[in-house]
Design a protein around this ligand. Structure first.
Ligand SMILES: Cc1ncc(COP(=O)(O)O)c(C=O)c1O
Length: 394
């Protein structure tokens, strides 16, 4: 019964839950969509030219791990961004967006028992939903670790009991964090790497929001690992063009790690992978090689951070995000706030509890709503004004 049980009890996904919550009501105004983290700024206009110029590639099965050009572009970006030289042939692999890689990582890299026990996979709570399903699919226990205001919105994995750490095979960590916008600093990464070395587990570093920041680029797990001399195989980095380059529909990302880990991931992908079509890989290579559009993207988000700070600066509990493009706004009750907003203003947001799991009867997202700042500036500003007037003006 193990296999059916892995999937028969999955919780409902956030989006169907949201539809069930809101669609039974009339919206109170023209729809302003602030639920999904789907970037709406323009992607570079030349992306479509690259795809057209390389359209003959649709005639070929694409290479499973990524074309040499794409892997070189990825390695070049890692070097520029983190100062770490990786080997294109053995230490990176192209992904169809990071979601796929984050899901498959447990299956590819985590043993089915550890110290004679069922493995544990650690993750923050709230968290990107794929982490939990990745753990369950890999026959492991997902262990939700609070990432709340008390812990600086990052999980304190050191607080876990010894027996859990002894059976831990991997920890997912998202920095900059979705939904809170918190950034793991060098000390955080150093401590996490030390814990992973002590208990011999892997770190799955989801850094897909790393390019959307204010002034200082968030430090990356890879550069900390390199400075510490950590075995690269312990650290598995996930990156994406979805947020950096406003290309969530291109489905292009990558995974980077040491050669042993990448070999295992490639081996799984040889059987189960659905690689990105070659013309799209060519486009992805060109996008990784360009920073101009990324700088412009950051400028647009900076304007929206400023608008958010102006509107919510006086709201008790408001934390201006360090990075990423979400606001994690405090409310009394997340579902009630989302319904009220929709019915009275036409703004749709996501209840925070839909991104978290109950632990000991408490859901760390229940007193928050997540607001995506992805729409154009004026629409975003209009939405934020409506949220303030509806939820925070007394
Ligand atoms: C934290 C986090 N990780 C991963 C992803 C997956 O992104 P993609 O598969 O588009 O690269 C998302 C998308 O919203 C995300 O928020």
């Amino acid at each position: 019964m193990l296999y059916p049980e892995r999937f028969s009890n999955l919780p409902a996904h956030a989006w169907p839950r949201l539809r069930a919550l809101l669609d039974v009501h009339e919206g109170g105004g023209p729809l302003i969509q602030m639920t999904i983290g789907e970037p709406k700024h323009a992607f570079p206009a030349w992306v479509t030219d690259v795809i057209t110029q390389n359209a003959a590639g649709f005639n070929s099965y694409p290479p499973n791990d990524g074309s040499p050009e794409l892997k070189e572009a990825i390695v070049g970006w890692i070097k520029r961004r983190y100062g770490v030289q990786m080997d294109a042939a053995t230490e990176v692999m192209a992904l169809n967006g990071t979601r796929e890689g984050l899901y498959n990582a447990v299956i590819a890299l985590c043993p089915e028992t550890k110290n004679g026990k069922k493995p544990a996979i650690l993750m923050p709570n709230p968290f990107y939903q794929v982490y939990m399903i990745g753990a369950i699919s890999g026959a492991s226990d997902p262990i939700m670790v609070p990432a709340t205001a008390e812990t600086g919105h990052l999980p304190d994995f050191h607080s876990l009991p010894e027996d859990v750490l002894q059976r831990t095979t991997a920890a997912y960590i998202c920095s900059p964090a979705n939904p809170q916008g918190a950034v793991a600093d060098r000390e955080y990464w150093t401590n996490l790497i030390a814990l992973a070395e002590k208990y011999d587990f892997k770190i799955f570093a989801d850094e897909c929001y790393s390019e959307i920041y204010r002034d200082t680029p968030p430090v990356g797990a890879l550069e900390v690992a390199q400075a510490l001399g950590t075995d690269r195989n312990r650290l598995v980095l996930f990156q994406s063009l979805s947020k950096r380059s406003n290309l969530p529909g291109l489905r292009s990302g990558f995974v980077a790690s040491g050669p042993d880990s990448i070999r295992e991931i490639k081996q799984l992908r040889n059987f189960s992978g659905a690689p990105l079509p070659l013309p799209l890989q060519q486009a992805a290579a060109a996008v990784w090689n360009d920073e101009e559009h990324v700088e412009e993207n950051r400028r647009l988000y900076a304007e929206k951070y400023d608008i958010a700070d102006r509107i919510f600066g006086n709201v008790p509990g408001y934390v201006s995000p360090e990075a990423g493009f979400f606001l994690w706004l405090p409310v009394e009750n997340d579902e009630e706030a989302a319904v009220k907003l929709w019915r009275e203003t036409g703004v749709k947001v996501l209840p925070g509890s839909y991104l978290a799991q109950d632990v000991d009867g408490e859901n760390p997202g229940q007193k928050y709503i997540r607001v995506a700042l992805v729409a154009p500036k004026d629409e975003t500003a209009r939405g934020l004004d409506l949220i303030r007037d509806c939820l925070y003006s007394s």
